[in-house]
Design a protein around this ligand. Structure first.
Ligand code: GLN
Length: 381
């Protein structure tokens, strides 16, 4: 067998969730909530299943959902999108990332990734025949090293992938970062893939700096988001891509042969819920900030070192005061077996992990009782 991803095994998320199941560890590894989505959303989904919205959706997604997303984007980012030519509903952000890369990256093209980078980017580039150029974010704070980024561009660079709020670090780009990026990309034939799936999980009164709010960058961008994170339904695998009309048309040519369309009743349920519960988006940052604060307060009496995360539902923690002798991959195995808590190592998101990295990622999208129990175990170390 000569498969196209010879170096890839099971993703770290599948591996750690399986390990949590095998060891009985509390699963703070793979990012997903352990609480129920809003009842009205579930009722809407059940109703649309029962009432027969069970056949193919339009390839670009049902119009009411595209209208709701366009409305949200207008309100949040002051951009008036044409929901017919600039918005595509997709079965998950992962599908969108794959399709966007397939659409634009040709064999031999270079794609710049900022490490640590989400696990699906590099394999998607590889499957398109592209070459990944990895530029590490700098510590502390996982900020852009502008000199290294500038130096990474060549005549073959076709795409830059950015992700803010950032998984796994929780770091946020600022508006100033986007301005600098615009200056850097000006005059270059380079597309921007902006992964903004955690756009609504931003804390302490900060604002998400979206590429959708940046006129110049948007002209060369595909902006990807996911309903999974925003409505506590990661298993619904539904997201969207916002991009200028020519990019959207090109993307849809690929999307129509990868999945053709997303899941119909789910799209109806989301459209209905967005229209009837606009306050959900207002309340979401506070909802998750309370969980972050709860978890961080409990973890404050542990030997982990951390700064409360500014975004996403992930908290990084330095464990060097507990087991400095273990690298992070060994540490998460040890944590699952010895502490009964599953976490994600950070080095797996790098091509060249910085030496001495002693960070693990905990997901705090959990009920208080789950967080409490996990923190008790972590504080006992
Ligand atoms: N994005 C989720 C995380 O970072 C995992 C998604 C997946 O399992 N592929 O934990």
């Amino acid at each position: 067998l000569s498969d196209k991803l010879p170096d890839q095994g099971l993703t770290i998320f599948s591996h750690m969730t399986q390990l949590a199941q095998q060891t009985g560890a509390i699963n703070l590894s793979q990012g997903f909530p352990d609480f129920a989505p809003p009842a009205a959303l579930l009722e809407a989904a059940a109703r649309h299943l029962r009432d027969g919205n069970n056949q193919y959706a339009p390839m670009a997604g049902i119009e009411p959902l595209r209208q709701q997303v366009a409305l949200k984007i207008a309100q949040r980012y002051q951009r008036t999108l044409d929901h017919d030519t600039e918005l595509t509903i997709v079965p998950g952000a992962t599908e969108a990332i794959f399709c966007a890369i397939q659409t634009l990256v040709h064999p031999g093209d270079e794609v710049i990734l900022l490490d640590p980078s989400y696990d699906s980017y590099a394999p998607s580039v590889q499957l398109a025949g592209g070459r990944c150029v990895h530029v590490p974010l700098q510590q502390p704070g996982f900020t852009i090293d502008w000199q290294r980024l500038t130096d990474a561009f060549t005549v073959r660079t076709r795409m830059l992938i950015i992700n803010s709020p950032h998984n796994p670090s929780g770091a946020l780009f600022t508006r100033d970062d986007l301005d600098q990026l615009a200056t850097l990309l000006r005059g270059k034939n380079v597309w921007l893939l902006s992964d903004e799936v955690y756009e609504h999980l931003v804390y302490d009164g900060r604002q998400h700096a979206s590429v959708l709010a940046h006129d110049e960058l948007y002209q060369r961008a595909l902006v990807i988001s996911s309903f999974g994170k925003t409505y506590h339904v990661t298993g619904w695998k539904t997201g969207y891509v916002a991009a200028p009309p020519t990019l959207t048309a090109a993307l849809r040519k690929v999307h129509q042969y990868v999945s053709f369309c997303g899941v119909t009743p789910i799209q109806h349920a989301l459209a209905e819920f967005m229209a009837s519960h606009p306050q959900h988006l207002e309340e979401l940052p506070g909802f998750y900030q309370a969980r972050r604060d709860f978890f961080c307060r409990l973890l404050g009496s542990s030997k982990f070192h951390f700064t409360p995360t500014p975004g996403t539902y992930f908290q990084l923690a330095d464990y060097s005061a507990i087991r400095a002798d273990l690298d992070d991959v060994a540490m998460v195995e040890w944590l699952a077996h010895e502490a009964g808590v599953a976490a994600i190592p950070i080095s797996v998101f790098y091509r060249d992990p910085p030496p001495g990295l002693r960070l693990v990622r905990f997901c705090f999208a959990k009920q208080e009782s789950t967080l409490q129990q996990a923190a008790e175990r972590l504080c006992a170390l």
